[in-house]
Design a protein around this ligand. Sequence first.
Ligand SMILES: CC(C)(COP(=O)(O)OP(=O)(O)OC[C@H]1O[C@@H](n2cnc3c(N)ncnc32)[C@H](O)[C@@H]1OP(=O)(O)O)[C@@H](O)C(=O)NCCC(=O)NCCS
Length: 176
Amino acid sequence: MSLCLSGKRLVIQELTRADLPHALDVFTSNTAYNTLRNGTAAYSLADLEREFDSIVSIPSGVWLQIIGENKRIGVMHLVLSTPTDPKSWISLLLLHSDYQRQGLGRETVNIVEAYCRDNGCTQIHHGAIAENEPALLFWGRLGYEQYRQVSGPVGLLVKPVILVAKWLQKSIPGGE
Ligand SMILES: CC(C)(COP(=O)(O)OP(=O)(O)OC[C@H]1O[C@@H](n2cnc3c(N)ncnc32)[C@H](O)[C@@H]1OP(=O)(O)O)[C@@H](O)C(=O)NCCC(=O)NCCS
């Protein structure tokens, strides 16, 4: 699937396996998040290739890279809604540590929400590691409501995960 979305400061486009060496820095810069997901701060190209391969064949799933200032500043995995399942999932969202807290996570999610809404999706879900308080604050600020806690696979570990979701408003024809 080829997807290319853009906003004010960002372009979001497909991430291929050949791009992984260039995207690795996004992961290695997030040592605390790596420790939460994998039990270790280190993250190698082989780890990234394994993670990429493990979900690349999910139907309607797409790996995306987030480009800002002509640099790869983030990575995302999205599972898009289908005619039989109106839910989309942001399964992974990670910005390079140098680019966090500048409104770029919000812009990324806003771009994805607009795309999903325009393509018939009514709700977007995400599973955040229960211990990842900054992520829970982020999703809360963006209007995502917590609805269930489950135990689920995250990176190399199984952890308590809080499921969050936002119901998308229908776009108004001729509106912003
Ligand atoms: C979580 C993440 C995607 C958020 O993106 P970001 O660009 O840093 O967040 P933004 O600057 O767009 O923040 C949007 C809102 O969330 C809030 N927020 C973001 N990070 C926060 C934090 N660490 N603590 C408290 N609030 C936070 C901001 O205050 C902001 O609210 P405001 O607009 O009302 O001021 C990014 O920080 C990241 O990649 N973190 C490491 C990886 C991770 O934990 N991913 C988990 C899956 S989301």
